[in-house]
Design a protein around this ligand. Structure first.
Ligand code: HEC
Length: 393
């Protein structure tokens, strides 16, 4: 048996991405929480807010100062590497899976017959272009109208999702949008929040007047980051849920789930301030229901197939033509040497047992066969559907 380096590298990078992401998001949630729980220090005490807390056997006393204290500490911790390494590991992961394996994962020939180079080029251009446009928006007069800005930003990302779905495979489209949002978030930290804080600190220490625009700009971007967090987290796990990216309008499922994530974040942001009456948690549930139910409303009837006309031989032939290359004990497919997803579809029994899973991936989400290298047709998918439906008791 040989060592599968590709899988090991992908495992290590994915693990790293999750570790750094947890550290970044954990710190950022913690500071929002902290800010919302600070109380004014008692008369005579310094600082603009304080909080006592207990954790892991110790007592903590946090203080917030809007300007540096009289005696600058020798060491100030800047929270930034969590964000940078989340981006670096995320980009590496995307390169390992979606760029290196572009033909299988990034491209869907039934939508657009792109070459790997073209698909990767479009993906990179969207990452860079997304940041450039967003950054220009932040610097425009829009920054003075945060609500309008939020709506336009959401619209812009929705447009990007629609575009991504036209050119990439359904699940790559989701990851592409996740990578774009992640890039905006890290770009905010790297190009704006940290540099602005450094300038403010230097000005304060030198006794110069501080430009209030710097703080305002960092605050706006940090608020965007806060609301973008939950949608990105969903996208990170979306690959496990073919009913989302594989729905008839994958981008619309994403819009609904993103709105749910934003509502949940808003619920927590204002809950910290003691306002429990707000209905945002119900709004979030409503959006999840929308994501779950809208595909039923827009479903187009597929080619009509009479289950009585289908024999199991046809089903077996379809599976052997389009699936077993990757789903057998020793896959024939050049990229794989183990049954993918742990699924084997060699014997009739195995096919029967996996019927519901086959329905999910090859008929509903249509993301199997991976990359549709064998050009599976809609008729073949409908034959599978008719057969599986006829199995129901
Ligand atoms: C080119 C290789 C390839 C082909 C061909 C292929 N698959 Fe897959 N399949 C994979 C990979 C890789 C995974 C694991 C990753 C994932 O779940 O997306 C997988 C996972 C699955 C899973 C999920 C297994 C589980 O329990 O989580 C199902 C179901 C599935 N495939 C069904 C099919 C069907 C049905 C076909 C034929 C119509 C097919 N696959 C053709 C590569 C392939």
């Amino acid at each position: 048996m040989e060592v599968d380096f590709y899988s090991w590298i992908s495992l290590v990078v994915r693990w790293l991405h999750i570790i750094t992401g947890v550290a970044w998001i954990g710190a950022s949630f913690y500071f929002v929480w902290l800010d919302n729980h600070l109380t004014k220090p008692k008369d005579g005490e310094d600082g603009d807010g304080e909080l006592w807390s207990v954790h892991g056997g110790g007592f903590y006393h946090n203080k917030k100062y809007m300007s540096p204290p009289d005696h600058m500490p020798d060491h100030i911790h800047w929270f930034k590497y969590e964000a940078y390494f989340t981006w670096i590991s995320g980009f590496l992961l995307m390169a390992i899976i979606y760029y290196y394996g572009a033909e299988l994962y990034l491209i869907d020939k039934s939508k657009f017959a792109l070459t790997s180079g073209q698909a990767i080029g479009i993906s990179l251009a969207m990452l860079v272009g997304g940041w450039v446009i967003y950054d220009l928006m932040c610097k425009s007069a829009l920054r003075k109208k945060p609500r309008l800005f939020a709506v336009l930003l959401f619209g812009f990302l929705t447009l990007a999702a629609v575009l991504a779905e036209q050119v990439f495979s359904d699940r790559a489209a989701y990851i592409q949008i996740g990578a774009m949002i992640g890039t905006l978030m890290v770009g905010n930290v790297f190009f704006n929040i940290i540099p602005n804080q450094k300038i403010v600190l230097a000005d304060l220490l030198a006794g110069r007047a501080v430009n209030p625009e710097l703080g305002k700009a960092a605050k706006l971007r940090s608020m965007h980051n806060n609301y973008m967090t939950l949608p990105v987290l969903f996208i990170m796990i979306s690959n496990h849920y073919p009913m989302t990216y594989g729905s008839e309008l994958g981008w619309l499922s994403l819009v609904f789930i993103a709105l749910a994530g934003i509502s949940i974040r808003h619920f927590f942001n204002i809950r910290h301030l003691g306002k429990m009456k707000d209905p945002y948690i119900f709004i979030a549930i409503f959006f999840i229901l929308c994501a779950a139910l809208f595909p039923l409303a827009i479903k187009k009837p597929g080619p009509k197939i009479d289950p009585a006309q289908i024999s199991f031989n046809q089903v077996r032939t379809i599976i052997q033509t389009h699936c077993t290359a990757c789903h057998e004990a020793n896959p024939r497919h050049e990229n794989f040497d183990q049954p993918q997803g742990g699924l084997r579809l060699e014997s009739d029994e195995q096919i029967n047992l996996a019927a519901q899973k086959i329905l999910e991936r090859a008929v509903s989400a249509k993301d199997m066969p991976l990359g549709n290298e064998t050009n599976m047709t809609d008729i073949e998918r409908e034959i599978l559907r008719a057969w599986i439906k006829s199995q129901d008791p």
